[in-house]
Design a protein around this ligand. Sequence first.
Ligand code: 3PG
Ligand code: MG
Length: 398
Amino acid sequence: MRTLDDLDVKGRRVLVRADLNVPLDGETITDDGRIRASVPTIRTLAERGAKVVVCAHLGRPKGKADPKYSLGPVARRLGELLGQEVAFATDVVGDSAHGTVETLQGGEVALLENLRYEPGEESKDDAERAAFAEKLAGLAELYVGDGFGAVHRKHASVYDVPKLLPHAAGGLVVAEVEVLKKLTESPERPYVVVLGGAKVSDKLGVIANLLAKVDRLLIGGGMAYTFLKAQGYEVGKSLLQEDQLDQVRGFLNTAAERGVELVLPEDVLAAVTFGPDAEHDVVAATEIPADREGLDIGPRTRELFAAKLADARTVFWNGPMGVFEFDAFSGGTRAVAEALIARSSEGGFTVVGGGDSAAAVRKLELPEDGFSHISTGGGASLEYLEGKALPGLVALED
Ligand code: 3PG
Ligand code: MG
């Protein structure tokens, strides 16, 4: 993969595909992690005298302009972090974009409006995507792919534009891929993976693949209840994907055959309702009352998971252990994060796999530098570990 050092950018218009898809509360950015992660590449290009044209998506506006998903607030935050003005185009490839790009001087930065306002960006129709890619590529002379969180999407800005312009991978993509390669090709053992989050159906591919690679797989969060049910236990009103029970039984068998330790919760916080102040008790995972729902792993499980992580040399963690957004049910997620931090401090290689787990680290005010790496891409890292070819990386390889 070519990198920034392979491009001569001085005085040239460089289109940078970044992932600036941050959570917003109205116009307030509630977690700017992805913007911060995008700054180094943009700054490097500006320092080298490029006219930097950043493009990105926010949310899922489905091919039409919707002010709710405007990148305006992101342009302001990016400017603060860069310490220089970011010119904001109010469309993607229209008059505003062209006008903004034309007036850019070397060292200056512009951000285009949300790529997903344009139906061509996400179109499944190759010709429609290619037509939009032509317009986008027409704004620049060079392309830098740095939106790691979106490299698993076969979208015009990710997959088609690099075919039209000389291109390179940005520093963030290079760093993310290096970490994933290390996990895939040569993990120091024991290699332990912790998976959580609501749905097991989102993680089928990655579980199937990891069962051939890891020494231990710890399962918490909403998806654990489908595993408990597959073992024959009742899970009350907890999250359950009935249609995945056969799959999950298959995983339990495969793990047993291969000698992979698959570790499930032993106790849970069982709540009478779903809410921040829900009344709850610690119950055995095998005895969840019919009218209760599990909202976090319990204290015994936290200790068990910490013990199963205690000798790990490599850890990948994706997905919260409970409803960490509610303080009362954030303890399990915190315990796992703290176990990773402990491993890092003793020389272990610890990776937080993006998405909600990365958000949890920041929400729980845990030190970001306590981990070897916090990915900016949840879906993208999972698909990489699943062994899939990621369109955005394929395009950059050529
Ligand atoms: C993400 O947040 O997962 C990435 O920015 C990609 O967005 P998407 O899941 O809406 O394609
Ligand atoms: Mg996603």
